[in-house]
Design a protein around this ligand. Structure first.
Ligand SMILES: [Zn+2]
Ligand SMILES: [Zn+2]
Length: 83
C-alpha cells in the first residue's frame, strides 16, 4: 500500500485525498490554519532538514521542533524535510 506523508507534520495517510482534506497542526500559517501538504520525496530511514541539516528518523520527529535557520527567521518555523 502506498503511504503519503505531510511534509509539515509527518502524519501518514493512505491516500492523497485524505491528506489534503484535513487540517495540519504544524501548518506554516499556524496550527490548523491550513491543510496537510504532501511530502513529495521518497520514504527514507533518515530525513534531513533542508535549512539547517538536522536529521531525524521520521518527518514527524524532524518537524516537531523549530529551525534556527528557518527562512522566516530564527526559530520562526519548523524544520522542513529535504526531498
Ligand atoms: Zn500536516
Ligand atoms: Zn532545520
Amino acid at each position: 500500500m502506498e503511504k503519503y506523508f505531510c511534509k509539515n507534520c509527518g502524519m501518514k495517510f493512505s491516500g492523497i485525498k485524505a491528506l489534503a482534506a484535513s487540517t495540519c497542526r504544524n501548518h506554516p500559517k499556524g496550527s490548523h490554519q491550513g491543510n496537510h501538504k504532501l511530502y513529495e520525496g521518497s520514504e527514507k530511514s533518515r530525513y534531513t532538514c533542508k535549512y539547517c541539516g538536522m536529521q531525524a528518523g521520521s518527518i514527524a520527529a524532524l518537524t516537531a521542533s523549530t529551525c534556527r535557520h528557518h527562512p522566516d527567521g530564527n526559530h520562526q518555523g519548523k524544520h522542513k524535510p529535504a526531498l
